[in-house]
Design a protein around this ligand. Structure first.
Ligand SMILES: Cc1cc2nc3c(=O)[nH]c(=O)nc-3n(C[C@H](O)[C@H](O)[C@H](O)COP(=O)(O)OP(=O)(O)OC[C@H]3O[C@@H](n4cnc5c(N)ncnc54)[C@H](O)[C@@H]3O)c2cc1C
Length: 431
């Protein structure tokens, strides 16, 4: 993903800096003896840290459409993680700097600054907020291995406690509180919306109409809307929550899946590969099961140079956004320029969408299709790309597949002198 700044980034920067600008006159200067500048650094770190914590929560609101201000939900989650981790580091700097600032007076003074009598509620609220942050963030450190996704999501509620405590700490200490109330409302309001309101009012009810078996461990669900169909663009994704009591796992859990149907199709088609408990259970979901859909999210085909032809490379289940794109071309009968899709699979049995994609290519001049089997030819290389799509280096490029494939392709394409800004990739993992 190229790190192009988006409008949303600018908004975030302003909102992070604003509380600091408001507080600056009260903080004094940066110069002077160590105790003065360390106090200044400590306070600045605390203000920025809390603003980032609240904004990390605010951007997790997941209102369909708003993610595009930040370049799609996948990029927004990365921003969310970055804000959360940076906030944690700043909070550590805040504590350390304020403690060190008191050391020149005496060690006792330093200890008393950090651990004052219990009557000094503001400081203890700060410590409790820090503790909640540690409990919440600890599972994400590599040391503890990969966190279990659903448990990690439930643990996010502890982050709401950290926010409330941190906000209390700031409100008791800050001279100017209106801005903190506003940021607090944005952060805590986003969590309340996500956890309590949105599941009840913002999900579209669908029912499973058919379950089409594509290959071993891969099905395509055809979903029929119970009300007005959700509008979406090719390549976008949704959160899917199945409600069937008989499912062996994942009932009531939301998981992200790409929409593989054309936007003009009133049915949603979603290709699902068995990659764990919930996706395994969906392989045998019964027709007529109720499914809640939240979205759409992302901007997979957010094209930056619409005049360029496109190169699409999809591997494994990462073919789904391209199936959606190809079905869209088949429905509309046109493309904005020429498209060449490379479908990377291990072997013919694993190229489950091949026949349909070949049919679309046969009927549409502007859509070309090439199949690549890694068991026969090894990894995709420059010679294969050039043989089938001689001008591939001139195109706008979209890549979606397993992380190892994405990494290999980025290296291969960069080696051809293609700038990163022209390569758009998606990995099916938010962690
Ligand atoms: C934008 C996006 C689009 C996707 N599109 C498709 C698709 O079209 N077809 C398809 O088969 N798969 C798709 N996936 C992957 C799919 O979401 C995971 O395979 C599924 O959530 C795994 O859940 P599980 O319980 O079966 O497995 P688990 O064993 O619980 O999880 C396997 C891995 O999937 C990830 N994961 C699990 N739950 C979630 C979640 N709620 N949110 C984000 N990541 C999660 C975790 O990194 C985990 O390591 C997509 C993922 C993303 C992020």
């Amino acid at each position: 993903m190229p790190l192009r700044p988006r409008y949303g980034d600018l908004l975030l920067i302003v909102l992070i800096i604003l509380p600091l600008l408001v507080a600056l006159p009260r903080l004094g200067g940066l110069g002077g003896p160590p105790e003065l500048w360390l106090t200044w650094v400590g306070r600045v770190a605390g203000i920025l840290g809390l603003a980032m914590m609240l904004l990390a929560a605010a951007v997790s609101i997941r209102l369909p459409g708003t993610d595009r201000w930040f370049g799609g939900l996948a990029r927004l989650w990365r921003l969310h993680h970055w804000l959360g981790f940076t906030a944690f580091i700043l909070v550590m700097v805040h504590v350390l700097a304020l403690g060190l600032a008191a050391v020149p007076a005496s060690l006792d003074a330093a200890v008393a600054t950090l651990f004052p009598p219990l009557s000094h509620g503001a400081t203890w609220l700060g410590w409790l907020a820090w503790l909640a942050m540690v409990i919440f963030l600890a599972p994400t450190f590599d040391f503890f291995g990969q966190p279990h996704y659903q448990r990690w999501k439930r643990l996010h509620l502890v982050s709401a406690v950290a926010l409330l405590l941190g906000l209390g700490h700031a409100l008791l200490l800050a001279g100017e509180s209106a801005l903190w109330w506003l940021l607090g409302l944005a952060g805590i309001g986003a969590i309340v919306w996500r956890k309590l309101v949105s599941p009840r009012v913002a999900r579209h009810p669908y029912r499973v109409e058919a379950v089409e078996r594509l290959a071993r461990g891969v099905v395509e669900l055809v979903l029929r809307p119970e009300g007005r169909p959700m509008a979406y663009e090719a390549g976008q994704f949704v959160y899917l929550t199945p409600l069937d009591e008989r499912l062996s796992a994942g009932r009531g859990e939301e998981h992200p899946y790409t929409i593989a149907s054309a936007p003009s199709d009133s049915r949603l088609r979603i290709g699902i590969k068995d990659l764990g408990d919930a996706s395994h259970a969906l392989q045998t979901v019964e027709p007529e099961t109720r499914i809640l859909i939240e979205g759409p999210y992302g901007e997979f085909y957010g094209r930056h140079f619409p005049e360029r032809d496109q190169l699409w490379i999809g591997g494994g289940i990462g073919i789904t956004p391209f199936v959606g794109g190809a079905r869209d071309i088949a429905e509309r009968g046109l493309t904005d320029g020429r498209v060449h899709l490379f479908y990377l699979a291990n072997s013919p049995e694993r190229a489950y969408y091949r026949e349909e994609l070949e049919r679309i290519a046969a009927g549409h001049e502007s859509f070309a299709f090439s199949q690549h089997y890694s068991r026969e030819r090894g990894r995709l290389d420059e010679a294969y790309l050039r043989e089938h799509c001689p001008d591939f280096t001139e195109r706008e490029i979209y890549v979606c597949g397993p992380p190892a494939m994405n990494a290999h392709l980025k290296q291969l394409l960069a080696g051809q002198g293609i700038p990163a800004s022209r390569i758009h990739s998606e990995v099916f993992d938010f962690l």
